[in-house]
Write a protein that binds this ligand. Structure first.
Ligand code: AMP
Ligand code: MG
Length: 417
């Protein structure tokens, strides 16, 4: 048996990021940016008003207060999206809206709350200023966000809504991003029927193809379902060959003691330098891995939880690496175990559990039903407790590591302030 770490190391040494494609920025969400992005303009492009109010010369507002307001002549109205036609001179002001460029002559903006329109004589428009302004008040400086020529995003960043906003802000509608891997998914077994069929006389529904496809989608990759290969060489070979059009192949089943030689042999006949291991983990012990025609191929175990857990440990980081990401490993959080777990040393255990945050402390409660075929406990789980290979029985109250399974822990049924 080899350790989880060793198997992972060998697998990752065979995986390279895919190529790039130039795509619309909205299609880049969750993908990895393939180029450095520089700004061709300052942002904001010029000094502008942070408030609705009056653009003033601070010198004209000296000594202004609620009791002794200073009256200024309003010479222009300036909405956002326009530039002032006039220059502000002594005793003058321009009514300005948030975002409008600061007019010539002004060195501050007095917010509208500190002013009051006053009648003024004849055609004149006047405003009372109740507060002395300091130079720069309520002015957003040109270039304070970024300057022309600045690198605002770098190759390798994972693109989130903020990055898409930034791409738009610097005038990019299309950019280079890493391709999404296409991952072929094959289930193997004479016992498998499709969802629509009724499983009778020894048959079971093929659920792995769906769970694994969903895991692939979670990684930002595209599953290509190859269906079920029957337990004969010919069918397996045909289906796997079709899978070679994808960037990666993942099969489930047919790698356990009873029939593992069979899957290994077929993959080998297809020209792959196959590695077959018993990995020191539970669940998920048998694992086949190889590279066929440059395409990585994973033979995951057939039991539903074994395949999902083995996917998490090996296929997820591999697929993420193909997407161009560098942060490909799940972060491990420390939690307190609420129930003792019996364990013999020798294998790394992945225990389905519920993780809770109680007053800033994480607690992990292992679920009933840890069998490799028990999907219902996987449904209840939001994390996997990781018990190291050499660990023995782990007592309640011990500090343990967990991998969070999905986004469910990010959400709750009431606002979380
Ligand atoms: P195997 O590794 O092929 O010996 O499969 C082990 C067990 O996993 C089988 O007896 C099935 O109960 C189950 N199994 C295998 N493939 C699937 C599948 N695609 N969907 C659901 N269960 C499966
Ligand atoms: Mg089988």
């Amino acid at each position: 048996m080899i350790s989880v770490e060793t198997a992972l190391e060998i697998i990752l040494s065979e995986i390279k990021p895919l190529g790039m494609e130039r795509i619309n920025i909205l299609s880049t969400l969750g993908r990895v940016l393939g180029e450095d992005i520089s700004a061709y303009i300052d942002n904001p492009p010029w000094d502008n008003s942070a408030m609705d109010g009056y653009a003033v010369r601070t010198i004209d507002t000296k000594g202004a207060s609620k009791d002794r307001p200073i009256i200024l002549q309003v010479i222009e109205d300036l909405p956002a999206g326009y530039t002032a036609k006039k220059t502000i001179k002594k005793g003058e002001t321009i009514r300005i809206m948030t975002g409008a460029p600061i007019p010539k002559g002004a060195d501050a903006v007095v917010m509208v709350e500190n002013t009051e329109k006053s009648a003024g004589g004849g055609q004149k428009s006047e405003v009372k200023i109740f507060k002395e302004a300091k130079a720069g008040d309520n002015i957003r400086r040109g270039g304070e966000d970024f300057k022309k020529g600045d690198i605002v995003l770098t190759k390798g960043m994972v693109i989130r809504p903020a990055e898409i906003g930034m791409l738009a802000a610097v005038g990019k509608s299309n950019v280079y991003a890493y391709q999404k891997p296409q991952v072929a998914v094959l289930s193997t077994g004479d016992e498998l029927v499709e969802i629509e069929e009724t499983p009778i006389s020894g048959k079971i529904i093929n659920s792995n193809s769906y769970a694994i496809s969903a895991q692939i989608m979670e990684c930002g990759a595209i599953p290509i379902q190859l269906g079920v290969a029957r337990d004969n060489k010919k069918d397996l070979q045909e289906k796997l060959e079709f899978g070679l059009t994808a960037d990666c192949i993942i099969s489930s089943g047919g790698v356990s003691v009873g029939d593992f030689d069979f899957v290994k042999d077929v993959l080998k006949e297809m020209g792959s330098e196959m590695r077959f291991w018993k990995v020191a983990m539970k669940p998920g012990k048998p694992l086949a891995f190889g590279v066929i025609g440059g395409k990585p191929a994973f033979g995951l175990p057939g039991n539903p939880i074994s395949s999902m857990v083995a996917f998490e440990q090996f296929a997820r980081p591999a697929i993420l690496k193909m997407t161009g990401r560098e942060d490909i490993f799940k972060r491990a959080f420390t939690a307190i175990l609420t129930k003792s777990i019996n364990k013999k040393p020798g294998r790394m255990h992945f225990v389905r559990a519920v993780l809770e945050d109680k007053k800033g402390q994480l607690y992990a409660t292992p679920l009933e039903g840890q069998g490799a075929g028990i999907l219902s406990s996987m449904v209840k789980a939001n994390c996997l407790i990781i018990l190291p290979e050499d660990a023995k029985d782990v007592k309640k109250g011990s500090k343990i590591k967990v991998h969070i399974l999905d986004q469910s822990l990010l959400y709750q049924d009431k606002p979380g302030y």
